[in-house]
Design a protein around this ligand. Structure first.
Ligand code: EAX
Length: 319
């Protein structure tokens, strides 16, 4: 009798076991396991694998092992990759609305950035990823960008004149540094070698990235311009998302949110540590540059905004 019961149960459960589909998420980032990008991706992986009871596996491909950020975005559009943690800059080519949050000096505090990015404007910008065959899950944080260089101290915008500054592969970032008077050179990340070989004079990134990539070894001067709030985004393949049962679609939104909140907290807790550390590494740091001169130079950029980018920029400026 007991033997028959086991056979019947096996017969009942077998189809469920056979047909319970498993999923694999290949997630791409350009930074190393020391980076906050990676820590956020790992947090996401832990939540998804636990909450899906192993039905979803997340593989993290770090350090450019699946290409640079522009290439990762293209692979997500083809579902060759399923997720990525991508810097907002390179996204502006395919999701123009995101330019609004990268407008120079539009945010001067984390609180203001959170209010907009976690509010209706930010959520609408994330929804607009669908028109690029992508899913914008959640914003997380790279941080406020600052300029470094190997040539001379930078206090005012005029000090930047003619410097070869590496910028992200972003229309807006090229325009910003052209307006400020530099010679902007778009290059995918990382760029340590190009700095060491003086192919470029300088670059701009948050303190965390300057530290994690030891740029203090090849860049003598740091100026705290905080000229752009650099967001990161958990981006996904729309094709993959649409193939998931609703419970897993919800799980990906839940997990990206939790991982983003976790990452932002980490980034902010360590901000003061990075400044002290970069000083200790011998960087000459201008903590109070003439920001007005940079803001003045960046002003004309507003007239270059059109369509959705202008709509969201005006909405943020009105807040
Ligand atoms: O996200 O390309 C950049 O300067 C980014 O800030 C870098 O990939 C880290």
């Amino acid at each position: 009798m007991k033997k028959n019961l086991i056979v019947v149960l096996a017969f009942c459960l077998l189809p469920i076991a056979i047909f319970a589909k498993n999923y694999t998420i290949n997630l791409g980032i350009v930074t190393t396991p020391h980076s906050f990008h990676y820590m956020a991706a790992k947090k996401f992986k832990d939540i998804v694998e636990k909450d899906s009871k192993g039905a979803i596996t997340v593989n993290i491909h770090h350090s450019n092992s699946v290409g640079n950020e522009t290439s990762i975005l293209q692979q997500l559009q083809m579902n060759a990759l399923q997720m990525g943690v991508i810097t907002a800059g390179p996204i502006d080519k395919i999701v123009p609305s995101i330019k609004a949050i990268e407008f120079p000096f539009i945010f001067d505090s984390f609180a203001k950035a959170d209010k907009i990015l976690d509010g209706k404007i930010g959520q609408d910008i994330l929804k607009s990823f669908k028109s690029a065959n992508l899913i914008g899950y959640h914003f997380l944080e790279n941080g406020f960008r600052n300029i470094t260089n190997s040539k001379r101290p930078i206090h005012s915008a005029s000090d930047v004149k003619g410097l070869k500054i590496r910028v992200m592969n972003s229309q807006l970032q090229i325009a910003i540094w052209k307006d400020i008077g530099a010679n902007p050179t778009p290059m995918p990340w990382p760029i340590y070698t190009q700095l060491a070989q003086h192919v470029i004079d300088g670059q701009e990134n948050p303190l965390a990235v300057i530290d994690q990539y030891k740029l203090y070894e090849v860049q003598k001067y740091l100026t705290l311009t905080r000229h752009v709030y650099s967001a990161l985004v958990f981006v996904g393949s729309k094709q993959f998302y649409d193939s998931l049962p609703q419970k897993y679609q919800k799980l990906l939104f839940k997990a990206t949110k939790e991982a983003s909140v976790y990452e932002r907290k980490l980034n902010r807790e360590k901000a003061s540590f990075f400044l002290a550390y970069l000083k200790k590494q011998g960087m000459i740091i201008d903590e109070h540059p003439n920001l007005a001169s940079f803001k003045e130079k960046a002003k004309p950029l507003k007239s270059t905004f059109h369509g959705v980018a202008k709509k969201y920029l005006d909405m943020i400026l009105a807040q």
